[in-house]
Design a protein around this ligand. Sequence first.
Ligand code: ADP
Ligand code: ADP
Length: 226
Amino acid sequence: PDILEVSDVRKIYQASNGPVEALRGVNLTIRKGEFVCLLGASGCGKSTLLRIVAGFEKVTEGSVTMYGFSVDKPGPDRGMVFQDYALFPWLTVRDNIGFGPKHRRLATKLVSELTDKFMAMVGLTAFADRYPHQLSGGMKQRVAIARVLSNDTDVLLMDEPFGALDALTRSKLQEELVEIWRTTGLTVIFVTHSVEEAVMLADRVIVMSAGPGRIDCEIEVDLPRP
Ligand code: ADP
Ligand code: ADP
């Protein structure tokens, strides 16, 4: 079944030096459980499209729906992982991961169960009491992934999430992400400008043309996974 529907989306930013058209006529259907990579050169509008799906940006024309309902603001059903982690620096690993459940006012016991479950899923149980500045880049990104998942999220949105990591850490995180995707049934939308990364991770690679971006083609990938 379809989970996300992007229809005839156009996006124009009003920048100080005039309007910038970032997306033109984007149509896209994402099915539940897919691992989709958005691939394209810098500036083609990948981040814009992802931020629109996240509800951080509004469309200029067209619509985005999730389960048939219009997406026009952020929600716990869609969570974003950024290249620069964007963790809460004043919170420990445990409290970063437990932030969503706690603020949904779930029972204390349930908050700690969810926190423990996702902390274990990313292998950080032993680091529960550390603060972000005491962690490596790879560990920070694991916290960011667990922080999204603890919200009961259906769609994981990732904007070049491994771009700041060294090659070895990146390939470890790629493997771990595929394993999480496989075991949870999450839907993943992953932005990258690396053909290699897209082909290694995705079921389906969506190639965007240079800006104002639109969908050029879609490639089904059927390769053995790491
Ligand atoms: P990337 O290519 O990694 O997606 P960019 O360097 O294009 O990132 O953009 C980084 C940040 O700057 C983003 O938050 C984006 O929204 C913002 N940005 C990019 N271009 C402009 C612009 N022309 N005016 C204002 N903000 C911009
Ligand atoms: P990508 O992620 O593929 O690098 P972006 O979505 O970041 O592309 O940017 C697409 C286009 O929109 C670029 O021309 C960029 O400069 C512009 N842009 C992005 N964010 C903003 C913004 N906040 N204000 C103005 N222009 C922006």
